[in-house]
Design a protein around this ligand. Structure first.
Ligand code: ADP
Ligand code: ADP
Length: 229
C-alpha cells in the first residue's frame, strides 16, 4: 500500500503567477486525508498534477517513493484512481459503465463493486438491472446515482490510492452526506485523498489539510481545526 507525497511542489500555469507555493504534505498508507480550502486555493491544480496533466515546475510528487514523472501513465493510473465531480458516464448500461476500464471484469466482480458503492439494491430494483441504460451523459440517473456508478467503477479497478476530487460538490446536502458515508466505507482500508470545499464535508478524515493561496496553512483533525477557529 503506497504512500503519496508532495515534496516542495511549485507550479504555475503562467510563468509569472505561481499557484502552488512549495507545497509539502504526505498521505500515509491507509490514511484518509482531506484537502479543503476556498475557491482558487489550488485544490484542482493538485489533482491535475497528480494525473500529470501538468508537471511541477519544482519539487516532486511521489507515490510509494517513486517520482510519478518516472512511471508510465498506465502504471500511474493503476496506482491512483479518481472520482471526479462530474464523472463521465457513457451512453450505455450501468454494468458497462462500472466495468469501463476493466476489460474482462466478471459479473460477480461488477456486482461486488456495486455493493461497495452502495448501489447494488438500487440496481437490482430496476427492471433491467445492470442492463439499464444510463442515457446520454448518464442523464437517466440522479446526480447521486451517477456518482455511485463512478465510485463503483473506481472500486472495480482496485487502485491502492483513491482521489475524490470534489466528488460531492455538485450534489444537494443530503445526497452529499449519503455519498460521504459511502466514501467512508470505501475508504476504510485504503489510502484516500478527498478534495472538498467545506470542512463539514470531511468531518472524519484522519487529517485535514487547509490550503489557501497555494500554501498549506493548517492541518489537523476536524475537532482540532474547529478548536483553533
Ligand atoms: P480550486 O480548485 O481550489 O478552486 P484551482 O486549482 O482551480 O483552485 O485554481 C487555482 C488558481 O489557478 C486560480 O487562481 C485559478 O484562476 C488558476 N487557474 C486554474 N486553472 C488555470 C488555467 N488552466 N490557466 C491559468 N490559471 C488557472
Ligand atoms: P480511464 O483512464 O480508463 O479513462 P480513469 O481512472 O483515468 O479511467 O478515469 C475514470 C474517469 O474519470 C474517466 O471518465 C475519466 O475521463 C475521468 N477522469 C480521469 N482523470 C480525471 C481528472 N483528473 N479530472 C476529471 N476527470 C478525470
Amino acid at each position: 500500500r503506497p504512500t503519496l507525497r508532495f515534496d516542495r511542489v511549485r507550479f504555475g500555469y503562467d510563468p509569472d503567477r505561481e499557484i502552488l507555493k512549495s507545497l509539502t504534505f504526505k498521505v500515509e498508507a491507509g490514511e484518509r486525508v482531506a484537502i479543503v480550502g476556498p475557491s482558487g486555493a489550488g485544490k484542482s491544480t493538485i489533482a491535475r498534477l497528480l494525473f500529470r496533466f501538468y508537471d511541477p515546475t519544482a519539487g516532486r510528487i511521489l507515490i510509494g517513493g517513486k517520482d510519478i514523472k518516472t512511471v508510465t501513465q498506465q502504471s500511474l493510473r493503476a496506482h491512483i484512481g479518481i472520482v471526479p465531480q462530474d464523472s463521465v458516464l457513457f451512453n450505455d448500461t450501468i454494468g458497462y459503465n462500472i466495468a469501463y476500464g476493466r476489460e474482462g471484469a466478471t459479473r460477480s466482480e461488477i456486482e461486488a463493486a456495486a455493493r461497495g458503492a452502495a448501489i447494488a439494491d438500487f440496481i437490482e430494483s430496476l427492471p433491467d438491472g445492470y442492463e439499464t441504460e444510463v442515457g446520454e451523459r448518464g442523464l437517466k440517473l440522479s446526480g447521486g446515482e451517477k456518482q455511485r456508478v463512478a465510485i463503483a467503477r473506481t472500486l472495480l479497478k482496485n487502485p491502492p490510492i483513491i482521489l475524490f476530487d470534489e466528488a460531492t460538490s455538485a450534489l444537494d446536502t443530503r445526497t452529499e452526506q449519503d455519498i460521504m458515508r459511502t466514501i467512508r466505507a470505501v475508504a476504510a482500508d485504503r489510502t484516500t485523498l478527498t478534495i472538498a470545499h467545506r470542512l463539514s464535508t470531511v468531518v472524519d478524515a484522519d487529517r485535514i489539510i487547509v490550503l489557501e493561496g497555494g500554501q498549506l496553512v493548517e492541518q489537523g483533525s476536524h475537532a482540532q481545526l474547529l478548536a483553533e477557529d
